[in-house]
Write a protein that binds this ligand. Structure first.
Ligand code: KG4
Ligand code: ZN
Length: 335
């Protein structure tokens, strides 16, 4: 088989990442420079700080990705880059770097949607078979996506307010957990029980849309009320109750979507796909769907990284969906 190497870039939020991917399926290198420490004291990502870090990190990331993969620019077939959605200043650094490499080495440029990238992280487990359904849960998005074929994405449900990851980060703050709080809330949740019975918004509705802001407010009000009357609530139980409400809604909607859309695969992807409670719950729900193959994005590739962009970029490469030097960042890019 011919060897096609893609140099992939990701800089949509707070990770600067560059990867070299072979035939969209093999990671030769995947350098991820995280900026989380710089944003933690602000309780979230500060866009201007993110852009500055991307500028400082990007050339080192390119050099490291190329040397770790033991390749030269002559070996590359194309350059792929996230051009949205995300923070505009952050995206622009990756887009500019990718355009520069493509221009300097006369390589085709492949624009990649960050959310498509998250889905394609599953490609490192096994090839994606169509039709497929993806539950895409990240810090900025919560979506059920129907994939009819390569490059064909249709959102069948999405959050009407907060994304699941955003809700994790906001309630984590109330528990005194540093940004991003998801992983630690997940850990605490496993030590507690669902004692608070928080609301499961839209769980009974036929729509595949989600809503997490009511749950977030219920959580915050519960903690503040307890503070006011001098009561201390059990943190593990709070985390477990929150997580159970999130997982119930995500799992119930996914199961209903699988009933409505016969598919070959269910893909779980995005930062919140690392959630152990969600992975376990879907594992058990999927036992009832014998003909559906459940693919969880590898834990190490759930968060933002360029390897997933390289996998999605390879699809764009095969479909010849090339961009040119006019490519711009699109902060609110949709499928
Ligand atoms: O996909 P991602 O890395 O960035 C975006 O594109 O948004 O997702 C980051 C989000 C954060 O909100 C973080 O708290 C959440 O993923 N997260 C988790 C877990 N690990 C990361 N949420 C719940 N459980 C986890 N284990
Ligand atoms: Zn992401």
């Amino acid at each position: 088989m011919e060897r096609h190497l893609i140099l992939a870039f990701e800089s949509s939020c707070d990770e600067t990442s560059v990867a070299v991917i072979e035939n969209g399926e093999k990671i030769l290198s995947n350098i991820v420079a995280t900026q989380i420490k710089s944003h933690q004291r602000f309780g979230g990502v500060v866009p201007e700080v993110a852009s500055r870090h991307h500028i400082e990190q990007i050339t080192d990331c390119i050099d490291l990705a190329m040397s770790e993969a033991s390749v030269t620019y002559d070996d590359l077939s194309a350059v792929a880059v996230t051009y949205g959605p995300g923070l505009v200043g952050a995206l622009l650094i990756g887009v500019t770097a990718a355009k520069t490499v493509a221009y300097a080495h006369d390589l085709p440029l492949i624009p990649v949607n960050h959310m498509a990238g998250h889905i394609y992280a599953a490609r490192y487990v096994k090839p994606i078979e169509f039709p497929a359904l993806a539950l895409l849960v990240s810090g900025g998005h919560t979506e059920l996506v129907y994939l009819a074929g390569p490059g064909q994405f249709e959102i069948i449900g999405e959050t009407r307010d907060d994304a699941a990851g955003e809700a994790y980060d906001k309630i984590g703050r109330v528990l005194g957990i540093n940004y991003p709080a998801g992983k630690e809330v997940d850990r605490l949740a496993h030590l507690g029980k669902d004692a608070f019975n928080f609301p499961r918004a839209m769980d009974d509705s036929d729509s595949f849309d989600f809503s997490f802001s009511g749950l977030k407010s219920a959580f915050i009000n519960t903690v503040h009320h307890a503070d006011q009357i001098g009561e201390t609530l059990n943190r593990e139980d709070l985390a477990a109750s929150f997580q159970q409400a999130v997982v119930d809604v995500l799992a119930d909607k996914t199961v209903r979507a699988l009933d409505a859309y016969p598919v070959k695969q269910l893909i779980l992807a995005g930062g919140v796909a690392a959630n152990q409670g969600l992975r376990d719950r879907l594992d058990s729900e999927l036992k009832a769907f014998e003909n559906v193959d459940f693919i969880k994005a590898p834990l190490k590739l759930c968060g933002d990284n360029a390897a997933m962009i390289g996998a999605a970029g390879y699809v764009g490469y095969q479909l010849k969906q090339f961009g040119d030097m006019s490519l711009n960042a699109d902060p609110s890019l949709e499928f």
